[in-house]
Ligand binder design. Sequence first.
Ligand code: F6R
Length: 257
Amino acid sequence: MEVIIRKNAAEAVKLAAELIGKEIQTHPALTLGLATGRTMEALYAAIAAKNLDFTHVHTFNLDEYIGLAPENENSYRYYMNSNLFDHINIPKANTNLPNGMAADEKAEGARYEAAIRAVGGIDLQLLGIGRDGHIGFNEPGSSFGSRTRSKALTRETYEQNSPLFDDPKDMPMRAFTMGIGTILEAKRIVMLVTGTEKADIIAKAIEGPLSAMVSGSAIQLHPNVVVILDEEAAAKLTLKDYYQRVFEVEPEWKPYR
Ligand code: F6R
């Protein structure tokens, strides 16, 4: 795992956008796994500003609220269109999210997994982390082997996300999410985490024990992960100095120093 600490959120976002931009330039038919949330808004603006060619890119989002139609302003489909897809040249047919209105939830999970398999899997999966340690909406207690399925959201996730709804009571309490097993099959993972409120949980995820209580700790099992943090989010890490040293001496990071 590579952990890169930038001095502020803007610098962290800039680096994440550069890494993703480079992947798209090198592999024009890349399959990207995408996340939503506040952290990603600035990243999508930075990616859109790069004028990359997305004609052959496919995307799969991590999650979608159950019961929200694509036109609903709080759906993740709406978020993705307005924050990214409407600003780049990706064919909408290449963009995938779970269908929050699917009548048969088990079938929807299986359909999504099959769609990911059909394009040969996810090349680069973007992740954030929730205050309760979730990746996607894999709430505490999620199996590391879990696949795309419906999941009940925690009170903490409700507190984190409901302020984004006009009426907080409208936030669904369930969502479809890729499983942790699904996420770990991506060829590369880029996690972006910023802000003081994430300092405790990201330290647990990166440096704590592997535990279903902190879904994000599952990334320790993946052989190709880059975690990009700002100073605030990195505040509780034990190996901060070492991560900095790696960034300064490893040739791979030279272009970004
Ligand atoms: C959403 C997702 C979540 C978010 C997490 C952090 O698609 O995957 O795991 O990344 O809830 O959200 P923000 O960035 O709003 O703090």
